[in-house]
Design a protein around this ligand. Sequence first.
Ligand SMILES: Nc1ncnc2c1ncn2[C@@H]1O[C@H](COP(=O)(O)OP(=O)(O)O)[C@@H](O)[C@H]1O
Ligand SMILES: [Mg+2]
Length: 243
Amino acid sequence: MTLKIKSIHKNFGGIKALDKCSLEIKKGKITAIIGPNGSGKTTLFNVISNIIKKDKGKTYFDGKDIARLEDFQISRLGISRTFQEVRLFRNLMIKDHLEIALSDSDEKLMQNLFKKKKYDVKKIKGILNLVGLNKSLDTFATDLSYGQRKLLDLAVAIAKPHTLLLLDEPVAGVNPMLRKDIKKILRELNKRGETILLIEHDMNFVMDLAEQIFVMDYGRIIAEGKPKAIQNNPKVLEAYLGD
Ligand SMILES: Nc1ncnc2c1ncn2[C@@H]1O[C@H](COP(=O)(O)OP(=O)(O)O)[C@@H](O)[C@H]1O
Ligand SMILES: [Mg+2]
């Protein structure tokens, strides 16, 4: 797995959401993108997964230029992501969400919703166990708390066949206890060989989790390095103080 982003530009009206943004991430590592609100982090994920089209620049996944691929093709290449706002089906059960994710085909989605499913209970339970979601498989998404929905969303991303996990603010709005749990989960995933690129607004969360940190401000990468160096970088402090 390799992901390389070169000189991406994206304007929304007059706003430079991404301004000559470049980064490269390493296989098997946890990499974090941090930065003030509105600095372009989510837009970068949207460009990588081609949910929005960039104006300029290149995105390479495993050496392949993925600019012309549709979002479902990119997901099939092995990029699995979560969204800042959790996206679940209210009226589907936990087991449905995971079964759909495991079946890995958007065309099959509708089929999967309506045909009689054969749940891979063992696999589903394994993933739920990994994320620490201890609820009955028959629980509807709508009956989960915010934190539990965050965990189910993470479970769905993990369940999809992938080589790269993109997580957009996995602990946003989550209480301190669950934050710690999610940190542990991500560490465990990394130990199992996962490559994770995560966005986080909260600097403290990523400091002892990520090996490499990119800092964004006004659509640009203003700093890159190991947590310690980032913490002591005056440019980074300035960006956060100005927030
Ligand atoms: N679809 C969109 N249409 C217009 N402006 C957008 C859109 N998405 C993001 N923006 C703007 O681009 C900038 C970067 O936003 P975003 O990538 O969401 O930042 P972050 O995730 O770092 O908080 C913000 O000024 C935001 O308002
Ligand atoms: Mg965002």
